[in-house]
Design a protein around this ligand. Structure first.
Ligand code: A3P
Length: 312
């Protein structure tokens, strides 16, 4: 691609509808989630034994997908896990084909009929397939603090060869602080799911907790999924899903994706001294930006009981 597109002008969303971002039912969606796919969520057939990994983007989705995939496989990184990309093993529900309206769920449709499905989604509670309220499949929701999500999102979008995302200042103050993010405002997303954290079929996790105690997080997820893993299987899952292993693994590190310029930033960045985690936002936010962001987050989360760690 010779000419880089500038990032969408979020102040003129109606005009941009159908191209880079569009608005569906009051929520901003990225170009790869077509309105027709979202319309079709009304008829999507959920299965009781489906497992959904749900998150606001950049919250540790891939990490949780890999953990769930390993747990389902009894901690065994067999040939399927070694050779099939995590996005194929745990495909993205609302990711559409390049041609709008052709196949609504190409990756889901390709999954075997006779096996329980593991599915990823970034949808808000309200926009999940209607059938999920009836079938009540298991949902592992992973949340991460908005400051690290912000920096992770900026670094991720900078990797897209097709976009010129602009400066951190433009992105932070023009999009993040105005809560004009794809998939809707971060706070609305996490709070929508937080309200359902006590539902039997929902496990609400935080990235920061997983980072502090990966083994404990894996045990919680396994219990929730009804998997009785041996100590050895848990140890194998911990090793396979550590930051260091996943960063080296082409099935989880996205190095094969041509749409990205991996020299700009790797999908799994080197974050602080411990790599992968909490607190890189301190290297990006100015004092003033941090004050505004802290105020915004405090206002949104006030009285909800939801709190996040911001330090490694
Ligand atoms: P950073 O950009 O801060 O490095 P998602 O999968 O939702 O897009 O989230 C991507 C973020 O999760 C990236 O954060 C990535 O490094 C982090 N991540 C992925 N695997 C991880 C792991 N095993 N341990 C810790 N963080 C991980």
């Amino acid at each position: 691609m010779s000419e880089k597109k500038s990032m969408p002008d979020y102040s003129d969303l109606e005009f941009k509808a159908g191209s880079d971002v569009h608005v569906w039912d009051g929520v901003i969606y990225p170009w790869f989630v077509h309105a027709k796919t979202l319309d079709a969520m009304a008829d999507f057939k959920v299965r009781t034994d489906d497992v959904y990994v749900v998150s606001f983007p950049k919250s540790g989705t891939t990490w949780t997908q890999e953990i769930v995939s390993l747990i389902k496989n009894n901690g065994e990184p067999d040939n399927t896990i070694k050779n099939k990309h995590v996005e194929e093993r745990v495909p993205h529900l609302e990711m559409s084909t390049a041609v709008p309206g052709t196949i609504l769920y190409p990756r889901i449709a390709a999954m075997p009929e006779d096996k329980p499905r593991l599915i990823k989604s970034h949808l808000s509670y309200q926009h999940m397939p209607k059938d999920f309220l009836v079938k009540k499949p298991k949902i592992v929701y992973i949340a991460r603090n908005y400051k690290d999500v912000s920096v992770s999102g900026y670094s991720f979008l900078r990797m897209y060869k097709a976009f010129d995302i602009g400066s951190w200042k433009e992105f932070c103050e023009g999009i993040l602080m105005r809560e004009m993010t794809p998939y809707g405002p971060w706070a609305a997303h996490v709070l929508g799911w937080w309200q359902h954290r006590h539902d039997d079929n929902v496990l609400f996790l935080k990235y920061e907790d997983l980072k502090k105690d990966l083994r404990g997080g894996i045990v919680r997820i396994a219990d929730f999924l009804g998997k009785d893993l041996s100590d050895d299987a848990i140890t194998k899952t911990v090793e396979h899903c550590s930051f260091e292993t996943m960063k080296k693994n082409p099935m989880t590190n996205f190095t094969g994706l041509d749409a990205f310029d991996h020299k700009v930033a790797p999908f799994m960045r080197k974050v602080l001294q411990l790599a992968g985690g909490t607190g890189d936002w301190k290297n990006w936010f100015t004092v003033a930006q941090n004050e505004t962001m802290t105020k915004l987050i405090d206002e949104r989360l006030y009285g909800t009981g939801l709190v996040f760690d911001y330090d490694p």
